[in-house]
Design a protein around this ligand. Structure first.
Ligand code: SAH
Length: 505
């Protein structure tokens, strides 16, 4: 068997969107991913489901021994012909032991490539609003390990130059050694008044910043129990933050928002809220599963040439329908004689992704929108296929039958609810630290009530803002005793995110 390859990929500092396109390409073809504590786990979702995921923190015990074992895993997996992605926080070659891993691979005759990443100092600089260099302030910057020189009598760091050179200094791994390093800079000549910023979990919703001076930052950090991982930025540039900060100024910053959705759908909406600064707690209340039986849908699919219209009212309906089509050995050509109606632009996009241009896209995003559009057509004796969720309302079949159509509405997927809430979400609800909960369909709220019990749900959501995507979902909320605080005029996720922004802004 020929050897595989190892890609050392920089995952970026935390925000998963900061990985490079090349890094993403590698992840998408990975057969094995060996990832670090500091690499955002959300990135693993981009690797194929079949890829083996190995948490490097679990390999080996002590530090150095652990590194040898990681090297061995990389070598062995690649020797078995695998495409291995070694996903490392920040950049692989900045305090990432990427050099050692490459040496081990070269010694073993394994091919490798290195994909750079946004290193923590750069991520922290951007998201804290602290330019590391500035024409009027400083022309140089140094990245320094904070772990050096504590035990060693002989340090590899040239403290004199670092301190007197006047450039910006960024310490990595320097929270536990903060006091020592700050003192050293002062002893070697940097003014004790020099501004310092600690940036923890840079670029993530948990980003935390503490500002002080060389003289007092260690006391301040002790006072608030400041913990790693963080970088320490030392230099006059830190004072620019007052004017340039932006990340912590976004409207939803500091707001904890629960997103109740089907697990496989939550991502997109969560990303929108996180981009506006929110801390998003995902709470899957729906799991989409196959129907009890495919029989009715299969019959319809095999008879597609005899239908006039296919009506798809959600992205889920589209996905389950086309998956089934494919399972039956068919593809989009089976729809050659059938027109397609897609409810709303998102559903239409999903339909297009399967190579079909929808003929009709009602812009009122409710079942009633479909009925209204169809009421303009002559439907007498036409045959309509409406693959639906098991709990879908019966508005479409009922009303379209009244217009003279034959409507078949086989179940294409079922909504079931998971048994419990994710621990993080439950914990936040119990601690009463949640600001807002969003419901994007009736089943999200009904299932949450079923998961928690109605009484407990009402109790836990006391004082929590309720945001609902539209009137039908809102009615379901009210039926369960919840007061709806936010409902956008247009019933899309974008509009819901904007409405939240307007509310908190
Ligand atoms: N290769 C990584 C650094 C690994 S060393 C990179 O290029 O960023 C680990 C140190 O990186 C941590 O102790 C901390 O100082 C820093 N670090 C990594 N991610 C960070 C983050 N999101 N916020 C602040 N510091 C981070």
């Amino acid at each position: 068997m020929s050897n595989g390859i190892v890609y050392l990929v920089g995952a970026g500092p935390g925000d998963p969107a900061l990985i490079t396109l090349r890094g993403m390409e590698c992840l998408k073809i990975a057969e094995v991913v060996v990832y670090d504590y500091l690499a955002n786990e959300q990135l693993l979702n981009h690797a194929p489901e079949s890829a083996e995921r190995i948490y490097a923190g679990k390999i080996g015990g002590r530090h150095n021994q652990g590194q040898d074992e990681i090297n061995n895993v990389l070598v062995e997996k690649a020797k078995n012909g695998k495409i291995v992605v070694r996903l490392k926080g920040g950049d692989p070659f900045v305090f990432g032991r990427g050099g050692e891993e490459c040496e081990a691979l070269r010694n073993a005759g394994i091919s490798f490539e290195v994909v750079p990443g946004v290193t923590a100092a750069i991520g922290a600089s951007a998201y804290a609003g602290i330019p590391l260099t500035h024409r009027d302030i400083t022309a140089s910057v140094a990245f320094v390990t904070g772990q050096e020189g504590k035990e060693k009598n002989e340090s590899n760091i040239d403290w004199d130059r670092l301190s007197l050179g006047g450039g910006t200094v960024v310490f990595y791994m320097g929270v536990t050694t903060l006091r020592h390093n700050m003192q050293r800079m002062v002893e070697h000549g940097r003014s004790p008044d020099t501004p310092v910023a600690l940036v923890r979990w840079a670029t993530t919703p948990c980003q935390q910043i503490l500002v002080g001076t060389l003289a007092d930052i260690a006391d301040r950090a002790d006072e608030c129990g400041f913990k790693p991982p963080a970088v320490t930025i030392v230099g006059e540039v830190v004072s620019l933050r007052e004017k340039l900060q932006w990340f912590d100024k976004r409207i939803l910053c500091g707001k904890k928002i629960i997103v109740t959705r089907a697990a496989e759908q939550a991502g997109e909406f969560s990303v929108k809220l996180a981009a506006r600064g929110a801390t998003v707690l995902e709470c899957p209340t729906i799991r989409l599963v196959e129907p009890d039986s495919w029989q009715l849908l299969d019959l319809a699919i095999r008879d597609l040439q005899n239908y006039d219209w296919l009506i798809l009212t959600s992205g889920n309906a589209v996905r389950f329908f086309f998956q089934r089509l494919e399972s039956l050995g068919l593809d989009a050509r089976a729809l050659a004689h059938c027109r397609v109606c897609a409810l709303g632009p998102k559903t239409a996009d999903e339909v297009r992704s399967f190579g079909i241009k929808p003929d009709l896209v009602p812009t009122d995003y409710k079942a009633e929108g479909v009925v209204e559009e169809f009421s303009r057509l002559d439907l007498l004796n036409s045959r309509l296929l409406y693959p639906r969720a098991d709990k879908a309302r019966d508005v479409i079949p009922r009303e379209l039958k009244l217009l003279g159509a034959h409507v078949d509405s086989p179940v294409a997927y079922r909504n079931i609810f998971p048994e419990r809430l994710p621990p993080e979400t439950l914990f936040a609800l119990e601690k009463r630290s949640v600001d807002c909960i969003t419901f994007t369909s009736s089943s999200t709220v009904q299932n949450l009530a079923a998961m928690l019990g109605e009484e407990l749900m009402l109790d836990m959501l006391k004082g929590v803002l309720v945001a609902s995507i539209g009137p039908i979902t809102s009615k379901s909320c009210r039926d369960l005793g919840l007061k709806v605080d936010i409902e956008p005029a247009v019933h899309t996720l974008d509009a819901l995110a904007t409405a939240l922004e307007a509310h908190f802004g």
